[in-house]
Ligand binder design. Structure first.
Ligand code: GN1
Ligand code: MG
Length: 345
């Protein structure tokens, strides 16, 4: 509480205030702060993952400045400046930032209707299209190799050699599966070397809880800009496939519940295209289906690698959670592969 008081004091916010944890992210800690006058979102940055929090601040300022100049009406939230004009506050070795709470907004944890998927996909497409005139190279890389499937695959192979031996034996089955599906990584090499795949301002975390909705279920804006970096559109489209297609999320341990909803695929595609059709090359639109394989496979690899490395990245609320998450994503991948003909039609 004392820490919270000195933190808010930096923003000239004095007691009384009330803070409660919100959000479902695996990386940062987030709270909603209420004062008599208004509401905020406070977030502590995980600096084991984002080792240079100043780079996040740098990117935010760059994006904010660009929007001010070219798309002043586009709604999006950036961190507030403290009394010294800093948008990142350091207290006792931790980094925090404070956001205004968007009035009458809420987040959803699970896509229930195709309209929600369409709205979210339009929001993420719109986000990238807003920055189409920006020099993407100006953005700093907040997590090196974040969505580089070749790197993720190499990290997986390293974990197979150097990881927890007991866990490697226990995870024999998912390991074999992920090795068998390595053709997905090979396809990625093709994309990396193909001139038609453009590098754009990419969000890199397009789960449904990173979109704010209003009471009429319309998307208001996207949030969580920490992983906004140069990237390929398959990252954003693919993470929507990964997280909207099935009603069961990555923590579901009853894998029978992982069922792909065809209508969601259509809604993601239409919503995204609605904003991005003029930006994408023909080769890129031909890779819509691939984007789902790409991200679901990468997430399965990331969860299993973390399991083999003793959960140092994602953490775990119970012993085999990352093993279960990897198993969940493998089932999702298999369902997705089984539906290739139907989905990519
Ligand atoms: C992490 O913390 P959160 O929920 O925003 C991760 C994403 C994963 C996701 C899986 C920086 O996102 O890449 O897809 O967990 N973010 C980082 O739930 O690693
Ligand atoms: Mg995130």
């Amino acid at each position: 509480m004392e820490k919270l008081a000195s933190l808010l004091h930096a923003y000239n916010i004095e007691p009384p205030f009330y803070a409660e944890p919100i959000g479902s992210g695996l990386i940062h800690k987030t709270w909603k702060v209420r004062t008599a006058a208004t509401e905020y979102v406070l977030q502590q940055i995980n600096h084991n993952v984002f080792t240079k929090p100043g780079d996040i601040e740098y990117n935010n300022n760059l994006l904010e400045g660009y929007l001010k100049q070219y798309h002043d009406n586009y709604l999006i939230v950036f961190p507030l400046a403290d009394m010294k004009g800093k948008k990142l506050v350091r207290i006792e070795g931790f980094f925090y930032r404070l956001f205004p709470f968007v009035k009458d907004s809420h987040t959803i944890q699970c896509v229930e209707t195709a309209d929600q998927a369409y709205e979210a996909a339009s929001q993420f497409g719109r986000f990238t299209s807003m920055f189409s005139g920006m020099q993407v190279k100006k953005l700093r890389i907040t997590i090196p190799g974040f969505h580089d499937l070749r790197l993720r695959y190499r990290q997986f192979l390293t974990a197979l050699k150097k990881g927890n031996a007991k866990r490697i034996t226990f995870a024999k089955e998912p390991i074999q599966k992920l090795l068998r599906y390595s053709f997905i990584e090979e396809e990625y090499r093709f994309i990396q070397s193909h001139p038609d795949f453009k590098v754009r301002v990419t969000h890199h975390d397009t789960k449904i809880s990173n979109v704010l909705f209003n009471d009429y279920n319309e998307g208001i804006c996207v949030i969580d800009l920490d992983t906004v970096m140069p990237g390929y559109f398959i990252s954003d489209l693919g993470d929507m496939m990964r997280t909207y297609l099935s009603a069961a999320n990555e923590d579901e341990t009853d894998f029978e519940k992982i069922i792909i909803r065809k209508e969601m695929y259509k809604a993601i595609k239409n919503g995204y295209l609605n904003e991005m059709k003029d930006e994408l090359t023909k080769t890129e639109t031909d890779s819509f289906y691939y984007s789902g394989k790409f991200i679901i496979y990468m997430q399965a690899i990331r969860f299993l690698t973390d399991y083999l490395n003793n959960d140092t990245y994602y953490g775990a609320q119970y012993e085999n959670q990352n093993y279960d998450r990897a198993g969940n994503q493998i089932v999702l991948l298999e369902q997705y592969l089984n539906m290739e003909k139907i989905l990519s039609r």
